[in-house]
Ligand binder design. Sequence first.
Ligand SMILES: [Zn+2]
Length: 217
Amino acid sequence: MRNLLDPVDPAGLQTPFWEIYAQLEAAGHLAAYAGVGGTRLISLGGSQYFSSEKVHCPNCRVTVREEQPYYSHGMLLAGVGAPEQEAVICVEPEFITPQDGHAKQDCEQQAIKRWIKRNAARFAPESVTILTDDLHCHYPLCTLPAQHHMHFILTCKESSHPALYEEVHLLEQVAGAISTQVVEKRHGQPANVGSTAGWSKSPCVAIWERSWSTGVN
Ligand SMILES: [Zn+2]
């Protein structure tokens, strides 16, 4: 099996994902997949699907664990989801693998950049909101979706963005400078309670997840 699959270029897997997506769209199955501002929410997140301390190939990511080489393969998964929708529709993933002409190892962040640049034109301008996690919440990754006419919501933890939160805490003292929205979902007990807040005049415009906690506040 490996002899058959190893030479196959992963790029060949891209088209079927979009064909299925187009069929779901045409049949009206994605009509309810609308999130903030009526946009389609696309979540981007990395996952590791192979790792070994011994078995490896030229496309492995190589790190060091306990002074031993650690080989792994990862990919960026892209999923279309929406509140109240149980199913997530997978669209084209991006493999995290050594890139031609790049000396540095590939990583999830570079994969996100490639995914957005390659796929943004598939969607109408301003019709998509990209979701990803705190690790990628920084200026270059905020500006990339905007340059490609996509919105974004990035988790932004206080522990990793101290300077940003310093400004937020200052703004909290100014009446009307910050708006807060609390969303409460009840799926059994205790309820999951989330709080988000947004502001518009900060150096890094973002919406951040201030706290997610279990239990009713
Ligand atoms: Zn490998």
